[in-house]
Design a protein around this ligand. Sequence first.
Ligand SMILES: [Zn+2]
Length: 446
Amino acid sequence: MSKRIRIALICSLLLLIAAHSALVAQQPVRPTGVKPAPANTARTAEVLAAANEILEEVSVLRSLKTLNPVKSGVKSRSEIEEEVIRNFEELSKPEELDVIGKTMIAYGLVPKDFKYRELMIRLLTEQVAGFYRPKSKELFIADWIELNQQRLVMAHELTHALQDQHFNLRRFEDWPRGDSDREAAIHALIEGDATGTMYNYQLKPMKTDITRLPNISIFADQTLMQAEKDGQKVFLSAPSAIRESLIFPYVYGVSFVQELVKKKGWDGVSRAFSDLPQSTEQILHFDKYASSEQPIKVRLTDFASFLGSGWKRLDTDINGEFGYFLILREFLETGEARKAAAGWGGDQSTLYENTRTGQLLLAHLSVWDSATDADEFFQAYARRTLKRYPQSRARKDLPANERNFQTPDGGTLIQLRDKSVLIIEGLPAEMDERSTKLSDSLWKQF
Ligand SMILES: [Zn+2]
C-alpha cells in the first residue's frame, strides 16, 4: 500500500526539516520556512563551494569515500519543478498510477473521484527541496531556500550521491511490480541513511550523533505540525494514507538506520545495501531484520473467469505490515490499527475491475505469525468494515471465524482459518450465493 510512490530521491524539505526541528528543539530555533532568495552568480558560487565542502564532511561521517566528484547545479523553482515532473513521469507509467489510484479507492483510503497522478505532481512540486538524479549523477539544489537549510538538504542529497557511487541506486528505480512492500522497505533504507547522515552533520558541532538520541520515529507527529506552520497546503489536504506513506521512509527509515548504526556502525548500513530489508515489518521492528525474519510468500489464484465476462485482474501486490496499518487506521484508532497489523507474516492483495461497469473488487489473503495474531487482525478488519460502512447489513447465521457484510460497494467476506485471513470485498450482489464457492476454491489453492 505504500504503493510505489517513486519519489525516491526527490527529497522533501518539509519532511527533513520537520524531524530536524524536533531533533534540535533545545537549540536556538532557526528559521525553517522556505524563503525566496533571488539567484545570483555570487550566491551560486557560494552554494557550489559549500556543496564541495559538505561532500567531504559527509563522506567522513558516512564512512564512504568519494569516488567521483558530484555534478551540482543551483536551480530556480520552475526549473526544479520541471525536472521533478519529468523524473516522476520517467519512473511511473500512467497506467500504473491509475492502478494505484484504483487500489486506494477500493480500500476506501481516498475519495472515489481521486486522481493519484495529479495529486502526486502537486505534492512533489510543493515539497521538493532539491534532489539527486542517479541517471545523470547530478545534484539539483533549490535556489529559493536559505543557505542554512540548503546545507542540510545538500548533506542529505550528497549522501544519496555517495550511496549511488558505492551501491548503484539505479537498480532500485525500475523495481519489479508486485511487491511494493519490499520496495517501500528499500526506499526507507535509502532515505533513512541519507536523513541519519544529515542529522549527524547537524549534530556534529554539538558533539553528539544519532546513536545518542531517543528513537527518532517518536518525532513523526512533528511533521504535521511543521506542515501547518509552513502552510504546506497540498500536503495537509492529501488523504492521510498518502501523507503517512510519504513520511514513512524518512521517519521509520531513520529510526531503522539509527538502530543499525547503534548495533553495527555505518558499515552495517552499507552492508544493508546488499542484505536488503525485505518488508516494512523489518523497518518497523528492527529485530525482525536482525534475525532475518523473511516474509511468507502468499499467492492468490487469478479468479477473473469465475467472476464472469468483463472482469479483469488489474494488479497483484503486497500490503505488508505498514500497508495493513494504513488500511486499518483509516477507520480505527491508531493504537488498535498498529496492534492488529503487528504479527504480519505475509500477504497478497489482488485488484479486479469490471471493465464495463467500472466496479472494483479486492481479494487479499494474509498469513500471521500466530493464530492469535490472525484472530486479532480478523476482528479488527470486521470492525473496520462496520466503521467504513455503518449502513451495512451483517449476516448473523455464520460461524465465529466468518463475517459477511452487504455494503453499498458490494459484499464483503472475511474468513479466518488458523493463521490466515482471506478477505474478498466488492462482490456484486448477484454473486452473493456463490461467494462461499469462490472462497473455498481460493483456500484450496492456497
Ligand atoms: Zn532523500
